[in-house]
Write a new protein. Structure first.
Length: 160
């Protein structure tokens, strides 16, 4: 089944990404919260990698991600504000050197009939920050990562 990928800007200061996966919520949750699984799919476009992925998944816990490609390195630090297993993660994130301040990300996971839909809402401090985040490649990187996750979920499921 071909999965749909929705990328919208519901307000002047937010981005919403919606994607359905042909996998149960526990597997999609693990893929979003276990560093060794994240490193396999949350890489963005081809030739990118996620060599650093550290997660302390609890309220007040932090996460650190560093993406690399042959031309650059990009790091991000997150702090978890809410964690409801298999349902919801809320965290603030700030990218290294990003002058626009932290954004707040809310990821909701909903399973129906063996499929899991994740809705990611990213709230920025202002429209300028949202527009700056939507640089060329942002949407494409999200889409590419989720396409990779589709393939990985089959493998993750057979290894669990």
């Amino acid at each position: 089944m071909k999965q749909t990928f929705e990328f919208t800007t519901p307000t002047a200061t937010s981005i919403r990404v919606v994607r359905t996966f042909d996998a149960p919520v526990d597997l999609v949750w693990r893929a979003h919260t276990e560093p060794e699984l994240l490193k396999q799919w949350m890489t963005g476009p081809p030739d990118h990698s996620l060599p650093v992925c550290e997660i302390d998944l609890r309220v007040g816990g932090k996460a650190r991600y560093v993406w690399k490609n042959p031309e650059f390195e990009m790091g991000m630090t997150a702090e978890f504000k809410e964690v409801v297993e298999h349902m919801r993660i809320v965290y603030t994130e700030i990218y290294d050197g990003w002058p626009e301040g932290a954004s707040t990300v809310t990821a909701n996971f909903v399973e129906a009939k063996g499929q899991t839909t994740i809705t990611v809402d990213i709230q920025y401090l202002n429209q300028e920050a949202r527009d700056a985040a939507m640089q060329p490649g942002f949407e494409e990187g999200y889409a590419a990562s989720y396409e990779t996750l589709d393939r990985c979920l089959v493998e993750f499921g057979s290894n669990s």
